[in-house]
Design a protein around this ligand. Structure first.
Ligand code: GLN
Length: 454
C-alpha cells in the first residue's frame, strides 16, 4: 500500500531519492514467510520505513543529497540499518535532504527540492525534509532522520509530524555520512509520539563501532509515551525558556505555544520560566563549529575514493587538479560556502578568535542547561520561529535560512535530547510544532511530556 502511495504522490512531493519496490517487497516477503513459519518476530516486523539518504545502506545508492556521491553504492550498512533489518522493518527507500544535511528547507539537495504535502508550494523543512514529507504524505508510517542542528525537529514541526533528536551518543553514528561529528545524531520520525518511541527502541543502544556511543540500553520510551498518553503530568516540572520565545516568532506560533503551556499546567505540571542567557549566542557558535567540523569531514570527497570523478578539461591531470575539478562540480553552493567558512575559522591566525570562542560559548550553553535542569525536569519552546515558508523565499539569504534553527541548535551544542510534536495550525492552515527538551539520557521524559501534548 505504501509503495502504491509513493507511486501516486511522490512525483509531486519528491520525498524519495531512491525506491526499489522489488527490494522492499522481497524484504516484506521474508517477514511474511518467517511469520508463517512461526518464527518469533519483533513487534514492528513488517512495518515499512523510509531512511534519510545520509545513512549508508549496503547495495542501495546513498548520496547524502549530493551530486558528488551520485552512483555510489555503499559496501556496508549503518548500525541503525542493521538494527532495522534485524527487527524486520522493510526499507521503502532513501529520502531527499539538503546536500550533506546543510540546510533548513531541502532546497539545497543536489536532486531538486521536496515539497511540503500540506502545500506543495512550500518547503518541508530541512535538512530531513524528505523523511518528514514522506510521513505527512502517508508514503511511509515511519522514517529515520539525522539532527545536527534541528534537521529532525524542524521538518517535523513544519509538516505536522513527530521528530526526535535523541541524547548524543544514544543512537549509533556508525554508517552516517558525517556532517559535524560532535553534533550529529540520528533519530526516529513518525506520525505519533508512541510510534517514534517504538522506533527509538529499535535503533538505539550501545555500539562498540561508534566511540561516542553511550553504554545505555534503549528501553522504556514506549512505556513513557503510554504514561504521557494518560494526560496526567502531576509532579512534572516544566521550564519555559525565556530566550526561545517572544520576538521573531510568528504570532500563531507564539499563541499556540502559550495555549500548550496552559494545557501542561492543566495536566498537573508545574510550569516556571527559566532563563538561559547564553542561548542568544548559540546560532553564532553553531555556525562556526559546524562548518569547522564539516570542512574536515568533507575532505574525503576528493574524486578518488567515492562517487564522482572529474578530470580537468585542460592542463596536467594531477591529484590536486582532479580534486579541485571534482569538488568544484560536485558540491553545491551551500556546501562550498560552509567549507570556506570552516576552513577560515580553523586557520592558524583565526583559530582562537573564532573556533576557540565558539567552543567557549558551547560550554556556557551546557552550563545554562545544567542550571535549568536543577530546577525543572524538561524545557519547552516553539520548535521553529515560523510555519513552512514558500519554496525559494530564503534560498538566496543564508542568514535568514540559518535563523530557522534558533530554537533547535542549543540542544545539539549540549548533546541533550529533544522532540517536536504537532501543536495546531496557523491561520493559513499550516502545521506548528512545539519542542520539549530533556537532560542527557532522560529521553523517556520527551516521550512522556510529548505524548501528553498530543
Ligand atoms: N539547518 C541546520 C543546518 O543547516 C540543520 C542541519 C542538520 O541538523 N543537519 O546546519
Amino acid at each position: 500500500a505504501h509503495l502504491d502511495r509513493i507511486a501516486e504522490v511522490d512525483g509531486a512531493v519528491h520525498a524519495f531519492l531512491h525506491v526499489d519496490a522489488a527490494d522492499t517487497l522481497a524484504q516484506a516477503g521474508a517477514v511474511d514467510a518467517a511469520r508463517a513459519a512461526g518464527t518469533p518476530l519483533h513487534h514492528l516486523a513488517g512495518v515499512p520505513i523510509a531512511v534519510k539518504d545520509v545513512v549508508v545502506t549496503r547495495g542501495t545508492p546513498t548520496t547524502a543529497g549530493s551530486r558528488i556521491l551520485e552512483g555510489w553504492i555503499p559496501p556496508y550498512d549503518a548500525t541503525l540499518v542493521e538494527k532495522l533489518r534485524a527487527a524486520g522493518l522493510p526499507m521503502l527507500g532513501k529520502t531527499n535532504m539538503d546536500e550533506f544535511a546543510m540546510g533548513s528547507s531541502t532546497e539545497h539537495s543536489g536532486y531538486g527540492p521536496t515539497h511540503n504535502p500540506w502545500d506543495l508550494t512550500r518547503i518541508p523543512g530541512g535538512s530531513g525534509g524528505g523523511s518528514a514529507a514522506a510521513l505527512a504524505a502517508f508514503e511511509a508510517p515511519l522514517s529515520i532522520g539525522t539532527d545536527t542542528g534541528g534537521s529532525i525537529r524542524q521538518p517535523a514541526a513544519v509538516t505536522g509530524t513527530v521528530g526526535v533528536k535523541p541524547t548524543y551518543g544514544s543512537v549509533s553514528r556508525y554508517g552516517l555520512i558525517a556532517l559535524a561529528s560532535s553534533l550529529d545524531q540520528a533519530g526516529p520520525c513518525a506520525r505519533t509520539v508512541l510510534d517514534a518511541a517504538l522506533l527509538h527502541e529499535v535503533i538505539g543502544g550501545h555500539d562498540p563501532r561508534d566511540s561516542t556511543s553511550l553504554p545505555q540500553a534503549a528501553t522504556g520510551y514506549a512505556d513513557a509515551a503510554r504514561l504521557g498518553g494518560t494526560g496526567d503530568l502531576t509532579g512534572v516540572r516544566v521550564g519555559v525558556v525565556r530566550e526561545l520565545a517572544g520576538e521573531g516568532y510568528q504570532r500563531e506560533v507564539s499563541e499556540a505555544f502559550a495555549r500548550s503551556v496552559r494545557d501542561l499546567e492543566a495536566a498537573g505540571a508545574e510550569v516556571v520560566e527559566v532563563s538561559c542567557p547564553s542561548f542568544e549566542a548559540a546560532l553564532a557558535a553553531y555556525y562556526l563549529i559546524l562548518p569547522a567540523e564539516a570542512s574536515s569531514n568533507l575532505a574525503k570527497f576528493d574524486g578518488m575514493r567515492f562517487g564522482l570523478r572529474v578530470e580537468p578539461t585542460e592542463g596536467p591531470v594531477t591529484a590536486e587538479r582532479v580534486m579541485a575539478a571534482t569538488r568544484g562540480q560536485g558540491f553545491g553552493a551551500e556546501v562550498k560556502r560552509r567549507i570556506i567558512l570552516g576552513t577560515y575559522a580553523l586557520s592558524a591566525g583565526y583559530y582562537d578568535a573564532y573556533y576557540g570562542s565558539a567552543q567557549k560559548v558551547r560550554t556556557l550553553i551546557q552550563r545554562d542547561f545544567a542550571a535549568a535542569y536543577e530546577k525543572v525536569d524538561v524545557l519547552v519552546s516553539p520548535t521553529a520561529p515560523t510555519t513552512a515558508f514558500k519554496l525559494g523565499e530564503k534560498l538566496d539569504d543564508p542568514l535568514a535560512m540559518y535563523l530557522n534553527d534558533v530554537a533547535t541548535i542549543p540542544a545539539n551544542l549540549a548533546g541533550v535530547p529533544g522532540i517536536s510534536v504537532p501543536n495546531g495550525l496557523d491561520d493559513a492552515g499550516l502545521p506548528i510544532g512545539i519542542q520539549v527538551l530533556a537532560p542527557a539520557r532522560a529521553d523517556d521524559r520527551l516521550y512522556r511530556v510529548g505524548a501528553a501534548l498530543e
